[in-house]
Design a protein around this ligand. Sequence first.
Ligand code: PLP
Length: 391
Amino acid sequence: MAGFPIEFATRIKTLPPYLFAAIDKMKQEAIARGVDIINLGVGDPDLPTPAPIIERMKLAAAEARNHQYPSYEGLLSFRQAVAGWYKRRFGVTLDPATEVLTLIGSKEGIGHVPLAFIDPGDVVLVPSPGYPVYPVATGFAGGTSYIMPLKKEHRFLPNLAAIPKDIAKQAKLLFLNSPNNPTSVVADKDYFKKVVAFAQEHQIIVCHDAAYSEIYYDGQPPASFLEVEGAKEVGVEFHSLSKTFNMTGWRIGFAVGNKQVLAGLGKVKSNLDSGVFQAVQEAGITALESGDYLVDGLRKIYQERRDVFVPGLRQLGLDVELPPAAFYVWIGVPNGYTSASFTAHLLEKTGIVSTPGNGFGEPGEGYIRMTLTTSKERLAEALERMRKTGF
Ligand SMILES: *Cc1c(COP(=O)(O)O)cnc(C)c1O
């Protein structure tokens, strides 16, 4: 039988080309040649999930009551643990019944939220460079992304004043991300206040991605968007246990804040997924109730790595700031290179894998991203190789 051409739908046919394909190919070739690759490309914690969380998971997995479909909004006990954590960490009061929603990782919630609020043709304000899910999910819902370029002269924060009035008027939703991937920049409360005022003025739903709020340095915890007055009236915050507790593989996160926004997101979810394995939620309770003792050690490890790596890069003459949070290092490419050519050059000459900044959106051109999810010895080795080759 001849079959017939099986065509992808327009929404996936028109996805931006996979910018990392070229670098992946070069990486595979280097590995085949026997090059000892130092992978500073992936944003996935290299350390294991802390033991008390795993122990709770083992017990919870053995419980028959956890083997059935979970409730779609999540265990009330998990949502209470989230509310308790928000109170302790940010001083923010949440109603666990209506202001907390369990997610299958925050990516899931971020990916689904436009389906609840965006009609074809609606505008979504998207920071760029940024997490690719924001524009892609917008497109899946039929919306149009309006790119807010993150520029050095505005501390890599979206410049709300530069958004044209007619765009602001059409916009229904705004994505924000602090601490930021890929720049590691942290927005302060004054900035969040501006966001709330802007959202109120133009009636825009704010979706703040706070996946990295617990990975911070020098004892300076970033604020929650919800700490600012009026934030709960305009938006929600997405959170995740992935980065905080080395749980990327477990798939658990949550959204908190405006009940109407959570109700819409919950409605989409209840039609597409059936919630998070309850045993994983129980392990999540252990994580959230552990206080800081599980995360403190982790912060210390990342900070040590940062303090070896970033000053070393600066000594090499690279344009890079000390990140105050997250585990990314955002490096300006030297003169004569583009993001892609510098990434290729590093891989070719030093065996270091990095990510070209334009992979996170065109405004990321001129930068590369490296990660701190590798041991300090390997980071020192990376510096040494760059020094020897003059990058
Ligand atoms: C890692 C990451 C997330 C979290 O993803 P999970 O689905 O919770 O594992 C969300 N936003 C950004 C910007 C990230 O880098």
